[in-house]
Write a protein that binds this ligand. Structure first.
Ligand code: TZP
Ligand code: MG
Length: 214
């Protein structure tokens, strides 16, 4: 069984601190109303129950919109929610074990930050790779050195998988990534910290659409 289709184009990753008093749910609503194509629930500092509670709310928003919910790190939370998939980093449960736990129908994305990561990913049947950080970012303290758009594109090609770029991406630099052959851009602060998350999403979506129209 093949999992459902998903669009990496403008991939919102949630962050409670960046969303602030507006709350994660309101930011996700604004983003999907303005063209975000995929959403990841990410929270490094929360227990399972509040994460499940938020995940349930996001599933209620996303399901009717036909947008997939990916859960960062927490395979158990993804299973309880029956979310569409998970994203696992280089220090998380390895891809083969994640696939064994989730089965063939779920979306599994993995992080790629080096040529070694990309080569390992090439041997796996992952659904997508998240390549980065492309640019310097304050959002993830252990993100590593910035790769730049060319190296990001090269690592994506080595992996042989659909790829989304991550790290310091906003509407001003997103075009460079699409031009480098990357299918989508993932953003935390460009959307979650924006004064108007809906308008910020729309700006990213416009860049994506310009590239897709070519
Ligand atoms: N992985 C690599 S960089 C990063 C993650 C989760 C943070 C991206 O956040 P921002 O605010 O879009 O730079
Ligand atoms: Mg992780």
């Amino acid at each position: 069984m093949k999992h459902r289709e998903f669009d990496l184009g403008v991939y919102l990753i949630t962050d409670r601190a960046c969303c602030g008093s507006r709350g994660v749910e309101a930011v996700v609503r604004a983003a999907i109303d303005n063209g975000a194509t995929l959403v990841q629930l990410r929270d490094k500092n929360v227990d399972a129950r509040p994460m499940l509670a938020l995940g349930r709310k996001l599933m209620e928003l996303l399901r009717p919109a036909g947008i997939s919910l990916i859960v960062n790190d927490r395979i158990d939370v993804a299973q309880v929610l029956d979310a569409d998939g998970v994203h696992v980093g280089q220090q998380d449960i390895p891809y083969p074990e994640a696939r064994r736990l989730l089965g063939p129908a779920k979306i599994i994305g993995i992080s790629v930050g080096s040529e070694a990561d990309a080569r390992e990913a090439a041997g796996w049947d992952v659904d997508y790779v998240g390549v980065g950080p492309v640019y310097a970012t304050a959002t993830k303290s252990d993100a590593g050195a910035a790769l730049g758009p060319e190296e990001t594109g090269r690592l994506a090609r080595i992996s042989g998988h659909r790829a989304v770029a991550i790290g310091g991406i906003d509407a001003a630099n997103a075009a460079t990534l699409y031009a480098a052959g990357i299918e989508g851009v993932a953003a935390i602060s460009a959307i979650c910290s924006a004064p108007d998350p809906g308008a910020a999403t729309r700006r990213l979506v416009r860049v994506m659409q310009e590239y897709r129209a070519r």
